[in-house]
Design a protein around this ligand. Structure first.
Ligand code: GLU
Length: 460
């Protein structure tokens, strides 16, 4: 069998969204799975709707996701150019072939593609005009995912508009022929175009590629297809929010595909090994941002410490308002990040989660304070802690725990009697990392200052 050649063929008419990324990913996975070639082709013939800005977003998003192309813009290849706006000469040449084969005619200034069959004039109720119908056999599409699909293509269609611009169906098929594409993997919304495409392939005498129409992605809530305008649809949003591309790729591959069992977390090598077109579902997939957030958390948790700290720093750097964290000592920054790694769902939670660790100016939650101060004798506990603090061993969580327990035992109390008031004093709240970790990371001096300040504010 000849080498697999697939293509991702976006039109740069809007921001790069989940649906496009998934189509790109499935093509890329299929190429990597089969040892084939992944082509990037830019379908930018619609001059009014295309923009360089959107084009750059496509390049950046593909790079960020790790979906490298083997042929395409920037890197070239044997079948270039890879932007349709630069391929006019090729389209003219192919149009000549159709003309020579007697498969075109001119009408209303446009060039039409002529289907073969017996012609008859019929009144179209819907369009309220007489149209020429062509009696033809149904066009058959043997789709690798949808199975056998039949469609009747019984009306000639325009391939070059009166303004001289070739239409999508024409350039799409010409490029698939010229670029020797073996598998057309694209969204199911294109299935209705495929019969036109098949007729064009036949008219050129070109072999048909295999078609694989992948299921739609439904919006999170309610019926209908997810659109670029839906919440959470844009890839660059995840990039800005500090999501891990590997987590997003893992999430995307499960939109319409699974490895045949209920495995979800998979390495990219594993996904490449297992991915195949017959494994793609026919039924639509539903977008679920909680699942994506969870996937991201799982990936964050598994990151080696150095890598997590580096990513966290990059995240803070990308958000100009978060300067205190960046001004902190590097060793301290690292400790704070490692404390947070198992606790956060995404990097975007870091600034709020660590605010009190980088600044002495943090708020005290009044409800928590009321609750904590109403139970037992927290002021006495605070005084005991402050008095005992110089003798604490701060070298590890375990040592700090032992010191607090020893103090508690002297008073005939438990660890818990000290925990809430200590936490409230050093963080202003009752949630967060363990109190022992907090003490260790903050260090004796910061802890002392915070406990004393709180004692003053609590009235001694
Ligand atoms: N330019 C088309 C789109 O963005 C691609 C169609 C195809 O993959 O054949 O939907």
């Amino acid at each position: 069998m000849s080498q697999v050649r697939v293509r991702f063929a976006p039109s740069p008419t809007g921001f790069f969204h989940i649906g496009s990324a998934r189509t790109a990913l499935f093509n890329w996975l299929y190429a990597r799975h089969t040892g084939g070639v992944f082509v990037l082709r830019i379908e930018d013939t619609d001059k009014e709707r295309n923009s360089e800005q959107f084009l750059n977003v496509i390049y950046e998003s593909l790079n960020w996701l790790g979906l490298n192309w083997d042929e395409g813009p920037k890197i070239g290849g044997a079948f270039g150019p890879y932007r349709q706006s630069e391929r006019s000469a090729i389209y003219r040449e192919y149009l000549e072939k159709l003309k020579a084969a007697g498969r075109t005619y001119e009408k209303d200034g446009a060039t039409w593609f002529k289907l073969i069959g017996e012609r008859s004039e019929v009144y179209d109720e819907h369009r309220k005009k007489t149209v020429t119908k062509v009696k033809v056999e149904p066009t058959v599409i043997n789709d690798l995912i949808r199975g056998r699909v039949e469609r009747i293509e019984d009306e000639d269609f325009v391939i070059v508009r009166s303004d001289g611009n070739p239409v999508f169906h024409f350039v799409n098929v010409v490029d698939d022929i010229a670029m020797q594409i073996t598998h057309v993997i694209r969204g199911e919304d294109h299935l209705s175009n495929t019969s036109k495409h098949v007729e064009l392939f036949k008219a050129f005498g070109a072999p048909l590629p295999q078609f694989a129409h992948i299921p739609l992605i439904l919006k999170q809530n309610g019926p209908g297809k997810m659109s670029k305008r839906d919440q959470g649809a844009l890839i660059e949003e995840y990039q800005k929010r500090g999501y891990l591309p590997a987590a997003l790729v893992n999430f995307l591959c499960l939109l319409g595909w699974n490895p045949g069992d209920d495995r979800e977390k998979m390495s990219i090598a594993e996904i490449i090994r297992l991915f195949d077109l017959p494994g793609v579902n026919q039924s639509n997939a539903r977008f679920d941002d909680k699942k994506l957030a969870h996937m991201n958390m799982v990936y964050l948790l598994e990151l080696p410490a150095d890598q997590f700290v580096e990513l966290a720093r990059a995240y803070f750097q990308g958000h100009a308002a978060e300067t205190l964290a960046l001004q902190a000592d590097a060793g301290y920054f690292r400790e704070v990040m490692l404390l947070s790694q198992p606790k956060i769902k995404g990097l975007e939670e870091l600034p709020a989660y660590t605010q009190y660790l980088f600044s002495d100016d943090y708020a005290t939650d009044p409800k928590v304070k009321e609750k904590v101060m109403a139970k037992g004798d927290p002021k006495a506990r605070l005084n005991e802690l402050i008095a005992a603090l110089p003798g604490f061993d701060f070298s590890s969580d375990a040592a700090i725990e032992e010191a607090i327990k020893a103090l508690a035992a002297q008073q005939g109390l438990g660890f818990g009697d000290y925990q809430s008031v200590a936490r409230l004093a050093v963080s202003g709240t009752n949630v967060g990392p363990s109190i022992t970790s907090l003490f260790r990371v903050l260090g004796r001096e910061r802890v002392r200052v915070r406990l004393e300040r709180f004692r003053v504010s609590a009235g001694g």
